[in-house]
Design a protein around this ligand. Structure first.
Ligand SMILES: Cc1ncc(COP(=O)(O)O)c(C=O)c1O
Length: 423
């Protein structure tokens, strides 16, 4: 395939058959959670029907469950570019981050500093902000509100050798799509002797992740944002885990990756997560010719296919997102938010429409079968700083590999109609 086969992709998602008042539903809500391909649905069902048991038993379904867990760690490693023992699973990214903050927080002394950003989702702020109760000082990297990019000069000044112990930032903003130079931030943290924690929840469905290239200690994401079930994943560098004492039971396995995995995991969710990663790999195998020149050398097997699949999705979505931004910019009353054209960004497009609270616009679009999000999407700090809280926040359109040009044309027409209705 030299062109992205969106018809094939769409054929894999049963949810896309849904209609709203005779119009096909357009799922432009991907940053809140993507739709699920058939192979993920089958994997979840197959696990629950044929292999359902607790782990570590001496009978066949339990042994199959152990195999399901091991395969999910291998798939997670192929997704993130690390060892299977460096991938741990949990309820979701937020819960894993609280556990991580608890484990790192135990090593901190009053007066130690943690750096967070004003661009981040609360899930990568709240767990660090609560360390202030133990006397930890939390510093915030500001955002340049005109471009929705981090202020890197301030970032460099805030990360202080000997003083800063944790640097926590997002790979990409789920509110406005800004992609941050996380390798640079991890480098700042390393040079200061601090741990680096990357929230890759919004980035994960939009580009290949290579935790070694990023050079971070921890990176977290959620499978439900990349076609999987509601499961959180955490990369924890082997050497980093070895230095920590996560909250855990004495009866659970005490080494990575299981040391982070308290209680019984969501086994059907793990089966589905593997299937989601295999789905991305399948896209990569089908579209490898499209992205061959961008594929890093030396990748093999499923890892190579996953990277190809993520790159192919980007090659497809980025021009569509650019087209959408251009069209929306021409509609009276629309203000777009996000970094300038040409700077790294995901295919997530956010805007406001004069005369409408974001929720009113989203409701009107939803009634036409156009599912978009409104609000702050828990990136509350940014939306407050942008002064948009009183307008109900932003209207957010998320593109996914199953999004079509036709759906975006419908959206542009509908936003144009809303704009005309108040002018
Ligand atoms: C950027 C970002 N970080 C963190 C989260 C929280 O993820 P979870 O729902 O897995 O806790 C989200 C969810 O929307 C997100 O978009």
């Amino acid at each position: 395939m030299t062109q992205f086969d969106v018809a094939y992709v769409r054929s894999q998602f049963p949810a896309l058959k849904r209609t709203i008042d005779g119009r096909p539903a357009a799922y432009l809500d991907g940053p809140g959670g993507t739709q699920t391909p058939r192979r993920v649905l089958d994997a979840v069902r197959d696990y629950l029907v044929d292999h359902n048991a607790n782990c570590h038993g001496r009978f066949v379904t339990s042994e199959e469950t152990d195999a399901t867990i091991a395969e999910a760690h291998r798939a997670g490693a192929d997704f993130l570019g690390c060892e299977p023992a460096e991938v741990s699973f949990g309820a979701n990214m937020t819960t894993l981050t609280y556990f991580l903050a608890e484990a790192l927080g135990r090593l901190l002394q009053p007066g130690d500093e943690v750096v967070v950003t004003a661009l981040d989702h609360e899930a990568n702020r709240g767990p660090w902000l609560q360390l202030a109760e133990r006397g930890v000082v939390v510093r915030e990297v500001p955002v340049d509100l005109a471009t929705c990019r981090l202020d890197w000069k301030a970032f460099e000044m805030l990360v202080q050798p000997g003083l800063t112990k944790v640097v926590a930032l997002g790979y990409a903003s789920n509110a406005v799509g800004t992609v941050n130079d996380v390798a640079r931030a991890a480098g700042l943290a390393r040079a200061a002797g601090a741990w680096s924690v990357v929230d890759a929840v919004h980035y994960a469905p939009h580009g290949p992740i290579d935790v070694r290239a990023v050079g971070c200690d921890f990176l977290l994401c959620s499978a439900y944002k990349f076609f999987g079930p509601h499961v959180g994943l955490m990369f924890a560098r082997r050497e980093a885990t070895a230095q920590l004492e996560p909250l855990r039971l004495r009866t659970q396995e005490q080494q990575a990756p299981f040391i982070w995995e308290t209680g019984t995991l969501n086994f059907e969710g793990l089966a589905g997560t593997t299937a989601a990663i295999d789905f991305i790999a399948d896209l990569g195998v089908r579209h490898v010719m499209m992205v061959e020149d961008r594929l890093p050398a030396g990748l093999k097997g499923r890892r190579r296919a996953v990277v190809a699949g993520m790159l192919a999705g980007e090659v497809y979505e980025q021009p569509l997102a650019k087209w959408l931004r251009e069209q929306l910019a021409g509609i009276p009353g629309v203000t777009l938010y996000g970094p300038p054209e040409g700077s790294p960004r995901t295919s997530t497009v956010s805007f406001t429409l004069d005369g409408f609270l974001a929720g009113e616009a989203a409701r009107a679009l939803g009634a036409r079968g156009l599912f978009v999000w409104d609000g702050d999407f828990y990136a509350a700090r940014l939306v407050e700083l942008l002064g948009l809280a009183k307008r109900g926040g932003l209207i957010r359109v998320g593109l996914a590999p199953y999004t079509t040009q036709g759906e975006l044309e419908r959206l542009v027409t509908a936003v144009g109609d809303l704009s005309r209705s108040v002018r």
